[in-house]
Design a protein. Structure first.
Lengths: 318, 278
């Protein structure tokens, strides 16, 4: 076993870097520079702590792995208008809007299907969850109703919401919002990123896009500043059951989507980037790129045979 | 502001400008003329000059949709930020105490199980961590002094680390009915876990990870990487440098899509938790 290597590209002394396990992955926050004055250092640590706290808050509300989460409490009540927190309301509202926009390719009501297909383990405790729902045929995002005035959510049928993509994105965006005073920072939540300002060398952050088939290779790298970059790949979170199954289901068919190996989206918010990456994964290359074009975001789609499709803004990555 | 409003404003400005010219002969002439000029310019802008295409209508099909989701996501973030700001503000207050605890707890690798309860409100100043040190770099000197993970720190934590990583998590999860650990709400049933800081090891194909879990009031309040004895110097977690090495691509700061299974970490945490519930 080789001894641990020092950082090959040492982070500058003034940088602040911290990694915590949250939302089933590792979250790293990196604040560039800003001096070594003790007062400033404390303020920076406090701000980073607040940024992490957003991840915890949102995870608390939106996880489907925790029986007491607000999301699960909501699930327990069918046909009733349930008043919910702003976090949950905004997350669901946004998820439904993306579902509408993608004609159901993205659908937050896949929770139960995910669960029955083995995506049912709490990552810290290993505890598995199982929810008995009346077998009532397929559900869709149309079975969820919102009341913006009273901030309530009504489930018309028994279903489980999966806010995975949206919640993580929202946490990244809120952390980014918290870190705004620092200007130059990076947030990495398991390969979903938000890059503020510039990297320590004073240029836009250089972001590699992982090769969907070769673990330690990059497709390419792009300069990114004040944007979120999210990638969905079929190589993450393999499904134990289905041969070659993975964690992105086609909500309309209930099986893993297969036309795409990975999707990368560059957008102003991580919420949007993450949700659209999932949607495009299901839609496939042609419709996916069309969706990106229509929404004015940049995206790169790689098929299992490694063909690449990109919007004009990312054509350099091809 | 639409055109007719703009036009009305221009007229109002023109009247005001005239009044200034008339009323204040000393300095008012120039000011008044300036105001009049401005009014003229606004009026010109407001009048439908030439056959300019109706850009408003043109931008609707694409602009409206694209704005809707982008704006909606930004609006959602803002709404949550405003609604929740005060709630997270308290996190920062609790931070000083917690950070102090972390700092004092970290060096005591052996006494991991010692409940580190009383550290009431240590003002953070004395123990400030040197700014250059992110948590896992801080412990790396110790790591390098004990490069073989099996021989690493101390008894309780190492006995079954790399060899049988799966055994202890499995045992721990079946023993304690785990519904509670991360449960935020409700008067946390005390005693699910004993308060304190616990360490545990987990193994991945890249190497070993030591997790440090802090229990407070029976709940997990933090789970962090204490030591990282992985091939890529924890970089596959911290995402910075190791990927640069392994990917042979020196210019990359971060990698999108580089999800790593955190099994090693959850194994380590499970092991730490098994001590907390003993």
């Amino acid at each position: 076993m080789p001894s641990p290597k020092p950082f090959p590209k040492p982070v500058s002394d003034a940088d602040y870097l911290r990694t915590v396990a949250l939302m089933g992955t590792f979250v790293t926050i990196h604040v560039v520079g800003h001096g070594v004055d003790p007062q400033q250092t404390i303020r920076r640590e406090e701000t980073v702590e607040r940024a992490f706290e957003w991840f915890r808050r949102i995870e608390e509300s939106c996880t489907r792995f925790e029986a007491r989460s607000e999301l699960r409490q909501l699930t327990a009540q069918v046909g009733i208008a349930v008043p919910v927190s702003t976090i949950l309301y905004e997350a669901v509202q946004f998820a439904l809007a993306v579902a509408e926009e993608s004609s159901g390719a993205f659908d937050p009501t896949v929770g139960h299907t995910m669960e029955t297909r083995g995506f049912n383990q709490e990552y810290r405790t290993g505890q598995t969850i199982r929810t008995d729902l009346e077998p009532g045929g397929s559900v869709s995002y149309r079975d969820v109703r919102l009341d913006p005035g009273r901030q309530t959510i009504t489930l018309l049928r028994p279903l489980i919401l999966d806010l995975g993509a949206v919640a993580k994105g929202m946490a990244i965006d809120l952390a980014a919002r918290e870190l705004l005073p620092f200007e130059n920072f990076a947030i990495d939540a398991g390969g979903d990123l938000y890059l503020g300002g510039c990297s320590p060398n004073g240029e836009p952050w250089s972001i590699g896009i992982r090769h969907p088939r070769r673990d330690h290779e990059l497709i390419n790298s792009l300069p990114v500043s004040n944007r979120a970059v999210c990638t969905s790949g079929d190589y993450e979170r393999q499904d134990a059951g289905e041969d070659g199954g993975h964690h992105i289901l086609d909500p309309r068919a209930g099986v893993s989507a297969r036309a795409v190996a990975s999707v990368t989206v560059v957008a102003p918010t991580a919420m949007l980037a993450d949700a659209l990456a999932t949607a495009a994964f299901v839609l496939g290359p042609a419709d996916g790129i069309r969706l990106f074009d229509r929404l004015g975001v940049d995206g790169l789609i790689i098929t299992p045979t490694l063909e690449r499709y990109a919007t004009p803004g990312l054509s350099c990555a091809c | 502001m639409n055109r007719s409003n703009l036009f009305l404003l221009a007229i109002a400005l023109a009247i005001f400008g005239t009044a200034v010219v008339a009323g204040h002969p000393n300095w008012g002439t120039f000011t008044g003329l300036a105001i009049l000029l401005l009014a003229g310019a606004m009026a010109a802008g407001a009048l439908p000059l030439g056959s300019e295409p109706d850009f408003v209508v043109q931008s609707v099909p694409r602009g409206k949709i694209s704005n809707s989701l982008v704006t909606l996501s930004s609006a959602a973030v803002l709404a949550v930020y405003i609604a929740g700001y005060h709630r997270t503000g308290s996190a920062a207050d609790g931070f000083a105490a917690q950070a102090a605890r972390r700092r004092t707890a970290a060096p005591i690798v052996a006494g991991a199980v010692a409940p580190k309860l009383a550290t009431p409100r240590v003002e953070a100043t004395p123990a400030v961590r040197p700014p250059s040190a992110p948590p896992f770099r801080k412990v790396s000197p110790r790591a390098s002094s004990a490069p073989v993970p099996n021989a690493a720190p101390t008894a309780a934590t190492t006995e079954d680390s790399p060899a049988t990583p799966s055994a202890s998590p499995a045992a721990s999860t079946s023993n304690d009915q785990v519904a509670v650990p991360a449960a935020p709400i409700a008067a946390a049933p005390q005693g699910q876990y004993k308060d304190g800081t616990y360490l545990g090891w987990g193994t991945s194909r890249h190497g070993d990870i030591q997790a440090s879990v802090v229990i407070q009031g029976g709940k997990i309040v933090s789970a962090e990487i204490a030591q990282c004895l992985t091939r890529y110097s924890c970089s596959w977690i911290a995402a910075l440098p190791g990927q640069v090495i392994s990917r042979q691509s020196p210019n990359v700061d971060y990698v999108s899509g580089a999800t790593q299974s955190c099994n090693a970490f959850s194994d380590a945490v499970a092991q730490a938790l098994s001590q907390a519930s003993e």
